[in-house]
Write a protein that binds this ligand. Structure first.
Ligand code: FAD
Length: 416
């Protein structure tokens, strides 16, 4: 058994960011990072984009082997944690594909950064059904895509639509089916969902929303996908049906679990010295005064860095507004705030750059930029100031948007 220190389960963005922060904050004890994946830590966002489109050899690394060595962080790949005994501060893991007895390690503090996995729906299972979460998934999907002409994507969420966009760019026929009424409905304002469906349709992607009872049958090397309203044939199906957080381990320890591991504003779970960060954490967000679970790259990094500081009892706050980007059909779309809660959207056009402002009542709660990410910082500050007012003040294109935001933030501060 090794001497105890901080153990991190998961070497995604959250796990690696936490390890890096522990070191940069001066922690000189032992850090062990356990990952059940065989690959050295890599970035997931390229998997649905350039990794497939440009046939990249590797997705970008989060940190390489040399970095782990230099920082004396003990990264163990192919190490699946099976159980944690919180009372003894002891966990055991096995090496994937190895039948040797489980290896036990002690910890002083434990960070669970186990992320999420792709959700699969029974009716969609076939020998040609794929999901996309890991590098291995992406390699399998890419190799099958080479042989496929007609692709069906079930789920018009971010992964489904990014893959639709990517495979369309490769010249394939793509049909997207979704039971929901809105594309990317959990992440976008209603007007943006409509905008995106029109943009995909214009590029030749067929999108059918409100599709009930989707089932798949396989015959003669083809898939037959039918719903209440449609029947299509395809060579390959991508199930883009969202993710489920990897909470089983936390549940077995007795941590509170509710759509993720429930943690407070410091990332602490309901069990002493056990923390959670990133996609798996349902964390208290002080700006909203409620718990949120986010599935976004920057959140995983920054939330985990914050939790790592709190694990060392260093001062830290995390009230960052939710932010994510998606690249589809050659457009870069960025969203800040909880856009899905928008009641009203107004648009601003600065040449080709588009900005959509999302309001609940008179309060600006979120914004979406299309090929205009450079205004994200002032927009984020404006939303964080809880500015409310006449939307027309944002639409005067004779004044740069960044300048307008600055003036309105001042206005907002004077009111408060
Ligand atoms: C294809 C794709 C495209 C994306 N594109 C974007 C984008 O454009 N913009 C954006 O903002 N976000 C995007 N995201 C989301 C973003 O990548 C994630 O939010 C982020 O990577 C989550 O990091 P994480 O470390 O919390 O979890 P993960 O990356 O899921 O890492 C968790 C790790 O823990 C491992 N693990 C789980 N259980 C165990 C166990 N018992 N023992 C050991 N290891 C375990 C998992 O296998 C995994 O390696 C994308 C995600 C995907 C999949």
């Amino acid at each position: 058994m090794s001497q105890s220190g901080i153990v991190i389960i998961g070497a995604g963005e959250a796990g690696v960011s936490a390890a890096a922060t522990l070191r940069s904050e001066g922690y000189d004890g032992q850090i062990i990072v356990l990952s059940d994946e065989p690959d050295s830590p890599y970035q997931r966002p390229p998997l649905s984009k350039e990794f497939i489109l440009e046939n990249q050899h590797q997705p970008a690394e989060i940190k390489g082997e040399a970095w782990f060595k230099e920082n004396e962080i003990d990264l163990r790949l192919g190490a699946r944690v099976l159980s944690v005994h919180a009372d003894k501060k002891l966990l055991s893991y096995t090496e994937v594909g190895n039948s040797d007895p489980a290896i036990k390690i002690e910890y002083d503090k434990l960070l669970i950064a186990t992320g999420a996995r792709a959700r699969m729906i029974d009716n969609l299972v076939s020998s040609k059904t794929h999901v996309l979460r890991t590098q291995l998934d992406a390699r399998e999907l890419r190799s099958e895509l080479n042989r496929a002409t007609d692709i069906c994507v079930v789920g018009a969420g971010v992964i489904g639509l990014e893959v639709a966009s990517t495979v369309r760019a490769l010249g394939k026929n793509v049909t997207v089916l979704d039971i929901a009424s809105r594309a990317m409905g959990r992440a976008l304002a209603p007007e943006l969902s409509e905008f995106l469906v029109s943009a995909h349709t214009l590029r030749g992607v067929e999108i059918h929303m409100n599709e009930r009872d989707i089932i798949v049958e396989e015959s003669a090397d083809r898939l037959h996908i039918s719903s209440e309203k449609n029947a299509i044939a395809a060579d390959l199906l991508l199930a883009g049906c969202g993710v489920q957080p990897n909470v089983e381990l936390a549940k077995s320890i007795g941590c509170d679990v509710d759509n993720g591991i429930v943690v407070d504003e410091h990332g602490a779970s309901s069990i002493p010295d056990i923390y959670a960060a990133g996609d798996v954490a349902n964390f208290y967000h002080p700006f909203y005064g409620e718990h949120l679970r986010l599935e976004a790259w920057r959140h995983a990094i920054n939330h985990a860095a914050h939790v790592a500081r709190r694990m060392l009892d260093k001062p830290s706050e995390y009230a960052e507004l939710p932010w994510f980007w998606t690249d589809q059909l050659g457009m870069n779309i960025q969203v800040v705030g909880l856009a899905a809660q928008a009641e009203r959207t107004v648009w601003r056009y600065d040449g080709d750059a588009k900005t959509a402002f999302h309001f609940a009542g008179d309060t600006l709660i979120a914004a979406t930029t299309i090929d205009n990410g450079r205004v994200m910082t002032p927009l984020t500050r404006l939303i964080a100031s809880r500015w409310s007012g006449d939307a027309d003040q944002l639409l005067d294109t004779s004044t740069p948007l960044a300048k307008t935001c600055k003036a309105l933030i001042k206005q907002s501060q004077l009111v408060q």
